[in-house]
Design a protein around this ligand. Structure first.
Ligand code: FAD
Length: 417
């Protein structure tokens, strides 16, 4: 191990610290091993659990269909076999990026040849709500189980108010509704999902909720959430209206977990800023929900931070390859963003990263069938595709989205179908 600054390829017998034991941390460690790294890997995690998958926290785990074991991403034995040491339940408290030294909350300091930053993101609470009884966010397994138990205790009769109509809020709403509960979504925007999928498609996705029996109130401002310690749980709107609830769930987005990186010498701007190869500094890479990376694609280069499962997995394996290659030789990350969401028994999938202002073309299905596909385009070139219950249509568009192909070429696929 050397404290000297290093820009070259990682010594295959050297040492790596992976900070964060979620999907990004685990896949980075696995990527290093897959790339032939024989040295020591230590993965640090603030949570005391082995790496687990987050998408089921608002879906199968919250529904009660899957148990905790099913969402574990790696067993202690498989980590040990691959020589990935884990230190759980101790958060990193600071980093000296130039020295590649991580300081832990328990007072220890660890040094390595390279550091992977994978601390993800933390959910936002409304002021005064954190820790209030009956008020929830869902980011960790413990939070999902706490909400599941509270919803199940209602025995199929009760009211859930979900603040925030984005994907997390929508999935919680859908899962709670399937448990027989009355659900109201409160959304500050006039069109939920509008900034992500555009207003027209956002309107259709909202309509799917309404048709399923969920009340969606848009353009509303929440003034205060009363936790159960103050009589009943209730949400007070800016208008003074008070909505009683048996449980309140807040899904208003996340903040990248960068607090511990203040003073590290890294550039922080709504995430850890990296170059195209995911280096935040020499021998320091960032991945997953934490990373704001420079993304070169067919229609131009953007600085992006993308909170999707598949993007996290791809960034992690790319970051491992970047460390192994060394900064001068590392290549730019290349990916087609993909996410899915499950709501009311339907899969919503999106490929690409269209702007909300991109034009859309409705190419298959209809809102009435609750099954449709839309293509996004800008300047005549494909920027994305979104499908509801249409996986084949979405996947067949991947090369067109990747290449930013002329919209006419992608439309021809559907015209000939
Ligand atoms: C409820 C939910 C549902 C989702 N559903 C979907 C979906 O349907 N489709 C989709 O594409 N994506 C989905 N996602 C997004 C996807 O799960 C994330 O993009 C992915 O988990 C990001 O991985 P990550 O490793 O960057 O962060 P995380 O998974 O958040 O892992 C980061 C880890 O770092 C730890 N940590 C934080 N600070 C420190 C510190 N200082 N020291 C040490 N450890 C620290 C955290 O405790 C955490 O364990 C969902 C996310 C959530 C929360």
């Amino acid at each position: 191990m050397s404290a000297a600054r290093s820009t070259g390829p990682l010594d295959l017998d050297g040492s790596v610290l992976v900070v964060g034991s979620g999907l990004g941390g685990l896949r980075s460690a696995e990527g290093l091993r897959a790339g032939g790294f024989r040295g020591s890997i230590t993965m640090l995690g603030a949570e005391s659990r082995l790496p687990y998958d987050r998408p089921p926290l608002t879906k199968q785990l919250l529904a009660g269909a899957w148990d905790e074991a099913r969402i574990q991403l790696a067993s202690a034995e498989s980590l040990e076999e691959r020589g990935i040491d884990v230190e759980l339940g101790v958060p990193a408290s600071s980093l000296d990026a130039a020295a590649r030294t991580v300081h832990l909350a328990d007072g220890r300091s660890l040094h390595a040849d390279a550091v992977v930053l994978a601390t993800g993101a933390s959910p936002r609470w409304l002021p005064g709500t954190e820790g209030a009884t009956g008020v929830h966010v869902v980011r960790t397994i413990a939070q999902s189980i706490a909400l599941r138990d509270e919803l199940d205790a209602l025995g199929g009769t009760g009211r859930v108010v979900v603040i925030g109509g984005g994907f997390i809020g929508s999935e919680v709403a859908s899962t709670a509704h399937a448990k027989g509960l009355a659900v109201t979504i409160l959304e500050a925007l006039d069109v939920p999902f509008g900034p992500v999928v555009g207003d027209e498609v956002g309107g259709w996705l909202t309509e799917l909720h309404r048709r399923a029996g969920i009340e969606v109130r848009t353009g509303v401002a929440v003034a205060h959430v009363h936790g159960r310690t103050e009589s009943t749980t209730a949400v007070e709107l800016a208008t003074g209206e008070r909505l009683a609830a048996d449980a309140v769930v807040i899904g208003i987005g996340v903040r990248p977990a960068t607090e511990w990186l203040e003073g590290s010498g890294l550039m922080i701007a709504d995430g850890v800023v990296t170059d195209e190869a995911l280096f935040a500094a020499d021998s320091v890479v960032a991945v997953g929900d934490l990373a704001r990376f420079s993304w070169r694609r067919a229609i131009g280069t953007d600085d992006v931070r993308i909170e999707h499962w598949e993007v996290t997995a791809q960034l992690a394996s790319h970051a491992a390859a970047s460390l192994l290659a060394g900064r001068p030789a590392a290549s730019a990350v290349s990916l087609v963003p993909y996410f899915w969401s499950d709501q009311h028994g339907r899969k919503i999938q999106m490929l690409g990263r269209p702007a909300a202002t991109d034009e859309i073309l409705h190419v298959a299905g209809s809102l009435d069938e609750a099954k449709f596909t839309v293509l996004y385009h800008r300047g005549g070139r494909v920027t994305g595709v979104l499908g509801v219950a249409s996986p084949r249509h979405v996947m067949v568009c991947r090369p067109f989205v990747d290449a930013g192909a002329p919209i006419a070429e992608a439309m021809a696929l559907f015209e000939s179908a």
